[in-house]
Design a protein around this ligand. Structure first.
Ligand SMILES: *Cc1c(COP(=O)(O)O)cnc(C)c1O
Length: 363
């Protein structure tokens, strides 16, 4: 067996310990005589898996009792519609557009009400986070929406926007569980798990109870109402059982690693290794304003498309895979999610140094 260093933006690297443990339980989950994939979602054994996963997530994030945790399907793109359908009372919402995912959420929300973009970084290819200290938040806004970590462009809201008292809704897909969060600053925190938490197919929604309503957008499908899933404790219909089980194992792994404070320290250390190298390099450079850099997704370029392509090819051959930047941006992107070991980043940087030395000579 040989494992690569996988820098994919998602689906992405998972902790090896989790994969190994799942492998040992594949044929017989703890004496049940079957795989978690084969069991009824109404069985006691699966209900325990689900409840334990929720308990561990609540512990990790310090989720207060007046927030519900929902394990849903449909991915991030379904949330782009569920958020406005469920949260608009006045039919008004404000969006901060800091990348492609925020823009998609904004465009989708327009279908359901009066939606405005109150800040954007599109003028500089989303390479920074706009000043959000004094935004023109609508008095009637039902919520203010952000994408907290911009997976494609590699920016992070290190500080949350001033929403002037309005409910904050955040897509945290690509920074989920990467550092501690103060849940009470948000009305809704949601993320697709396939970036930093687990296998594609689960979307976790953490929502303050007073935002869960029956009087949602007219003709909202039953499956797209948060209330449906909240009332049924995420068992309204068959949930993605196996994927939830893997998420639960990742939560246990995070707890064993020391929780989110420890993950933050580890993630900062890893990101610093790459950013410090980029800042000193004469070949590679980061594309994001320094104070807005993501700890999770690090885009960089050489400035020469052919050289970028050669780098990606040679890196792949050396076992550093999925470094190609998003198709809309080009260049490279290294995603350094929780499960990427520090050693992977150190070895990548050593490889980049060698590449730089070889190509500076030519140039
Ligand atoms: C990947 C991603 C999405 C889209 O998720 P899907 O599950 O593919 O719909 C949305 N938001 C962010 C921040 C992402 O990284």
């Amino acid at each position: 067996m040989s494992r690569v260093y996988n820098f994919s933006a998602g689906p992405a690297v998972l902790p090896e310990e989790v994969l190994k443990e799942a492998a040992t339980e594949m044929l017989d989950y703890r004496g049940s005589g079957m795989s978690v994939m084969e069991m009824s979602h109404r069985s006691k054994v699966f209900e325990e898996i689900l409840h334990e996963a929720e308990r561990d997530l609540r512990d990790l994030m310090g989720i207060p009792d007046h927030y519900k945790v929902l394990f849903l399907q449909g991915g991030g793109n379904t949330q782009f519609a569920m958020i406005p359908m469920n949260l608009m009372k006045n039919g008004t919402a404000d969006y901060i557009v800091t990348g492609q995912w925020a823009k998609k959420a904004y465009e989708e929300a327009k279908k359901y009400g009066n939606v405005k973009c109150i800040a954007s970084s599109a003028d500089q290819t989303y390479s920074y986070i706009p000043d959000c200290s004094d935004l023109p938040v609508d008095e009637d806004a039902d919520y203010v929406y952000i994408c907290q970590n911009n997976t494609i462009y590699g920016t992070l809201f290190h500080e949350l926007p001033d929403t002037k008292g309005k409910t904050l809704v955040a897509d945290v897909s690509s920074c989920f569980l990467s550092e501690p969060v103060d849940v009470e600053k948000y009305g809704v925190i949601w993320g697709g798990v396939q970036k930093n938490v687990g296998p594609a197919g689960v979307t976790i929604v953490i929502i303050r109870e007073d935002l869960i309503r029956d009087d949602v957008y007219p003709a909202t499908p039953t499956m797209l109402k948060y209330k449906t899933h909240a009332d049924a404790d995420s068992l309204y219909n068959t949930p993605p059982c196996y994927n939830i089980y893997i998420c639960g194992k990742v939560f246990k792994w995070l707890k064993a690693m020391g929780g989110l404070e420890a993950m933050k320290a580890r993630n900062e250390e890893k990101a610093k290794i790459l950013y410090d190298y980029l800042d000193g390099s004469r070949l590679f450079k980061g594309t994001v304003r320094k104070e807005d850099r993501s700890l999770m997704n690090v885009p960089f370029v050489t400035g020469d498309q052919e050289l970028d392509a050669l780098f990606i090819k040679e890196a792949t051959a050396a076992g550093f895979v999925n470094l190609k930047g998003h198709r809309t941006v080009g260049g490279m992107r290294a995603s350094l999610y929780n499960a990427m070991p520090k050693e992977g980043v150190e070895k990548l940087v050593a490889f980049m140094r060698d590449f730089e030395a070889a190509h500076r000579q030519e140039g």
